[in-house]
Design a protein around this ligand. Sequence first.
Ligand code: PLP
Length: 367
Amino acid sequence: MKVPFIDLSRHHKPLKSELSQAFENVYDSNQFILGQHVKQFEEQIATYVGTKYAIGVSNCTNALLLSLKALGVKTGDEVITTPFTFVATAEVIAMLGAKPVFCDIEPKTMNIDHSMINDRISSKTKVILPVHLYGQSADMDEIVAIAEQHNIAVVEDMAQAVGAQYKGKNVGTFGATACISFFPTKNLSALGDAGMVLTSDDVLAEKLRAMRVHGAAKKYYHDSLGYNDRLDAMQAAFLSVKLNYLDTWNERRREIAHRYDAAFKDIVQIPYVHPHNVSVYHQYTIRTRKRDALREFLTQKGIGIAVHYPVGLHQQKAFEYLGYREGDYPEAEKAAQEVLSLPIQQDLSDEEVDYVITTIKEFFSRS
Ligand SMILES: Cc1ncc(COP(=O)(O)O)c(C=O)c1O
């Protein structure tokens, strides 16, 4: 048997007629840039998460970039974030000439360790940028309290966590802004690149809206400069269709995760989800010292796996100039050696899940 890590054709097959209809609607409207389809999806996602505004942009990387810029982050400033994330989180900080100041992770959830943030704050700190890694919220009460105490902003990187909850509140409602990715492999995915900035702040919303259209609050009047950074109308129409299914999909991911949990709890470190969190399991990521051997074994057995992430950002060549060294973030470094993400796509059959379970058990019974 082969179990794909992710299979988009399987995901899209039952949606084909609805997505085709969405395509035709946009095609017939000739409104390819912003317009009704983008507006409708923005309203849907703002209602779904519970923010006043949603501003559709071209991807999550730029959602983060625009957020930091709208909050005034510039050369010489510092932004505190995790070293154990996709590069985009820290890349945008550097692209604005600011310094990514990393803060190590908490080894059970692999989210930023809030107890270490205070020590990283300086007079230059402008923003704390937590990532809700693998679909689970970071410790938002503590992070927001630290930010308020120091009068700095929080930007949530919720690229992996649409639909997740923290203490009964939706992820995306805690920061000055929150940024979503609709990359094709995400829980809520476009058929291309797409992203969103959420905010309930009137001034930030206005700035962000202008920034995505070259800084123009009014067409052809540019009080400031911005970017060409709009959510594509076609993608917005596809996303409107898919949003209706997101809760069902996330529920199925949780169901698969619970079956994995029960099967693996005595043989590897299974994902730890705080009792106050509802995870959407963007990834189901286990930890084991035998990671590399297990990865090879599963690959041979036809099971798709991935490593999120093999290198801490402080050890990436691109960030060498920051002067971080091996040993600076021991928990992130250890996680990078041990993590392995298993198939968790909602469309997996029970037989496929069982095959993953028996294969992993087979590996550990032999080694
Ligand atoms: C945590 C995190 N932040 C940011 C991004 C960037 O998203 P996008 O590809 O939409 O720019 C990703 C995408 O993988 C991500 O996982």
